[in-house]
Design a binder for this molecule. Structure first.
Ligand code: ZN
Length: 369
């Protein structure tokens, strides 16, 4: 099997870029990437191998940690992201070059949606080299924000996360095929990212409510003339109903964030009905941060197991530095630490832990005091 650690590390000692044989066609002209890596001011290693739950490398962090342990040197390790096989994941060991932001910026940049993995990795390395990774990540996040204000009629969908949920249970071979499929799909479509209702500067309950009311109306209008797969349209209408129900019951900022997440799910289902990409993850720590382009291993306070959640680059960086990210709080408590019996948002991680958030809300499992 190509994803053999000894083989990978031996190869990395000769050249800083390793591409598994099954993925070579996804990384054309790797020599250009090697040149970019060699120009970086810190050691950078790119390890492009399939990631799959149950495989030798279940996620980016396991792979990068294993490679770093064997290489025994300060470095940046770039890999694929287990949550979305065409996205890039970065881990830093003993260096601080904002590599996580660099990867997040590339993952968010719609101009790179149709670029090859080679070009996306080169862009990531260039951001690390130039010291502009943080600024570029901010720019891409803000650009998403701007696109909210565009008329919905102009919207397209990015291919960014098509296979986000296709890889989890599959074999390594399946993951490789999925990665290639996504890559090919992205190569053939130049698409734009859909503005996300959750993206708003509003943070007070009053201004969030105003934003949520407007977004609910927009979703309703979008669904009026929606077409496509009947099952998906049903899901979209369910999400719309759930959002309306949640809005009626909403009292707090976490409740209103939940309304916006449900509206986002409605748009996702509506786009999927038209054959667009499936649901795309939001930042687990605070869905109001918008896209969660980075997978990060995280353990809840008092929890035994570390789980993988999707997060914005800023939160992901904080978690990896063992710091507390800017979490959405319910009063003084992180929303996910609220007694699950009292909060459907805590129970489901705003839908990241469980796929039945809409059904739970429709069943009336909203906050019970
Ligand atoms: Zn975040």
């Amino acid at each position: 099997m190509a994803s053999d650690l000894t083989k990978i590390v031996a190869s990395l000692r000769r050249s800083p870029v390793y591409v598994a044989p099954s993925l070579t066609s996804a990384v054309p002209e790797p020599r250009r990437l090697v040149a970019a890596v060699k120009a970086a001011p810190v050691p950078v290693f790119a390890v492009i191998v399939p990631l799959a739950a149950g495989g030798e490398f279940p996620d980016a962090e396991h792979l990068a940690d294993a490679v770093h342990r064997r290489l025994r040197r300060d470095c940046v390790v770039l890999t694929l992201d287990e949550g979305s096989p065409n996205d890039i994941s970065a881990q830093e060991y003993g260096v601080d070059r904002d590599a996580i932001q660099a990867a997040g910026a590339v993952n968010l940049d719609p101009a790179l949606d149709s670029a090859s993995l080679t070009d996306r990795l080169i862009r990531c390395v260039q951001l690390i080299t130039s010291g502009r990774a943080h600024a570029e990540y901010e720019k891409q996040s803000n650009a998403l924000d701007e696109r909210i204000r565009e008329p919905r009629r102009q919207d397209g969908r990015s291919g960014g996360h098509t296979a986000a949920y296709a890889v989890g249970g599959g074999s390594v071979a399946v993951a490789a095929v999925a990665a290639l499929a996504v890559w090919r799909w992205r190569r053939t479509r130049v698409v734009r990212r859909r503005p996300r209702p959750v993206l708003t500067d509003a943070r007070s309950a009053a201004s969030l409510r105003e934003h949520a009311e407007a977004e609910l109306v927009r979703l309703g209008e979008a669904l009026d003339d929606a077409q496509g797969d009947a099952g998906r349209l049903r899901e979209a209408l369910d999400a719309y109903s759930a959002a309306g129900k949640a809005l009626d019951a909403a009292r707090t900022v976490p409740d209103l964030a939940g309304v916006l997440v449900l509206i986002d799910m409605g748009h996702d289902a509506s786009e999927a009905a038209r054959g667009g990409r499936g649901p795309t993850p939001l930042c687990f720590f605070n869905p109001l941060h918008g896209d969660g382009p980075v997978s990060v291993r995280w353990r809840a306070v008092g929890g035994r197991e570390r789980i993988t959640v999707r997060a914005c680059a800023t939160c992901a960086k904080a978690v990896r530095a063992r710091e507390t990210p800017d979490v959405l709080r319910d009063g003084a408590t992180p929303y996910y630490e609220v007694d699950p019996a009292r909060s459907v948002w805590a129970t489901t991680g705003y839908g990241q832990f469980r796929g039945d958030l809409v059904q739970r809300v429709l069943r009336g499992e909203l906050r019970r005091r």
